[in-house]
Design a protein around this ligand. Structure first.
Ligand code: LP5
Length: 240
C-alpha cells in the first residue's frame, strides 16, 4: 500500500497540523510500503543550515518511520525548494525530481508538486524561473541565513497580497498544460498538490480516459491518498 500527501505547510505555529502529522506517522503510515510527500511539506524552508529544533523533530519522526521499513519520498514545493541533502539524510528520505514517474501496481503515474502547471499565473511563472534556475539557486545558497530569512519573509508577504488579487482560474492548473505534460510522459494518471483543491478529475487523452488527482492541503482537515488493490482513494479527516 502506498500513501501520498502534500501541502502540509508544517510550522511551529500550527501545533494542530504537527500533532496530526506525527500521529499519522506513528499509525497509518507504518502500514505503508511507501510514503510520498509531494511538496510544500514545510511552510517555508530557507536552507538546511537554518533548521530549527522543530524541523529536526520532524526529520527524526520521518527517520523513525523509514527505520520501521516505510520508504519515504519527498518532492520540492514552491515553499520548500531549498530542502537539500542534509535534511533528507537526517529524515531518511529520498528527494524526487519534479516531475517524477512512479510505478503503482504496474501503472505509470506522473507525480508533480503542481505549481509548474499554473502557466496562466504569469507573475508566479516569472518568479519561479528566477528562483529555480541553477545560477539563482547557487547565489541563494551562498547568501547568509539571515538574508535568506528576510528575503523569504518579503516574498511571502508579496505573494499573499498578490494571490488575493488573482482570479481563481489563474491560480489553478492550465488544462492544456496538463494534457501536454501527460502526453509528453505517456501517462494516463497524474497526481499533484499545490492548488489546495482536492479532487479527482477525469479527462480524455487521445481517446483514452485519464485522471488527474489533486491532493488536498492540510489545514482544517488532513488529506491522504491511498493506493492499493482497490485503486486510488483520497480521504480526509478532522485535525482536532
Ligand atoms: O505559496 P502560495 O501558495 O501562497 O503562493 C504561490 C506563489 N507564491 C510563491 C512564493 C512563496 O509563497 C514564498 C516562497 C518562499 C521561499 C523561501 C525560500 C527561499 C529563500 C530565499 C528567498 C529568495 O511561490 C504565488 C502563486 C500561487 O502559489 C498560486 O499558484 O500565485 O505566486 C506569487 O504570488 C508571485 C507573484 O505573482 C510575484 C511576486 C513578486 C515578488 C517580488 C519580490 C522580489 C524578491 C526577489 C527575491 C529574489
Amino acid at each position: 500500500m502506498i500513501l501520498l500527501i502534500s501541502d502540509l505547510h508544517l510550522e511551529e505555529k500550527r501545533p494542530d497540523i504537527t500533532r496530526a502529522f506525527l500521529r499519522f506517522l506513528e499509525s497509518r503510515a507504518t502500514h505503508a510500503d511507501a510514503l510520498y510527500i509531494l511538496g510544500d511539506f514545510f511552510e517555508v524552508w530557507v536552507g538546511d543550515d537554518g533548521m530549527t529544533p522543530y524541523q529536526h523533530e520532524i526529520a527524526e519522526a520521518l527517520n523513525t518511520l523509514s527505520q520501521h521499513g516505510t520508504r519515504i519520498y519527498l518532492m520540492h514545493g514552491n515553499r520548500d525548494f531549498m530542502i537539500g541533502k542534509a535534511f533528507c539524510r537526517e529524515a531518511g528520505c529520498t528527494l524526487l525530481s519534479d516531475p517524477h514517474i512512479a510505478q503503482f501496481g504496474g501503472e505509470r503515474v506522473l507525480l508533480m508538486h503542481g505549481d509548474s502547471l499554473c502557466t496562466r499565473d504569469e507573475g508566479y511563472m516569472r518568479l519561479r524561473r528566477l528562483l529555480r534556475n541553477p545560477i539563482s539557486l547557487f547565489i541563494l545558497h551562498h547568501l547568509s541565513l539571515s538574508k535568506r530569512q528576510k528575503l523569504a519573509q518579503k516574498l511571502r508577504s508579496s505573494s499573499k497580497t498578490e494571490t488575493r488579487m488573482k482570479a481563481s482560474d489563474i491560480i489553478d492548473v492550465t488544462p492544456a498544460e496538463v494534457v501536454s505534460i501527460m502526453q509528453h510522459h505517456g501517462v494516463r494518471k497524474l497526481i499533484h498538490g499545490h492548488t489546495h483543491r482536492p479532487a479527482i478529475h477525469t479527462l480524455e487523452l487521445a481517446g483514452d480516459q485519464a485522471q488527474r488527482i489533486v491532493l488536498g492541503d492540510w489545514d482544517r482537515k488532513g488529506w491522504v491518498l491511498q493506493v492499493d488493490q482497490t485503486g486510488f482513494n483520497q480521504t480526509s479527516f478532522d485535525l482536532s
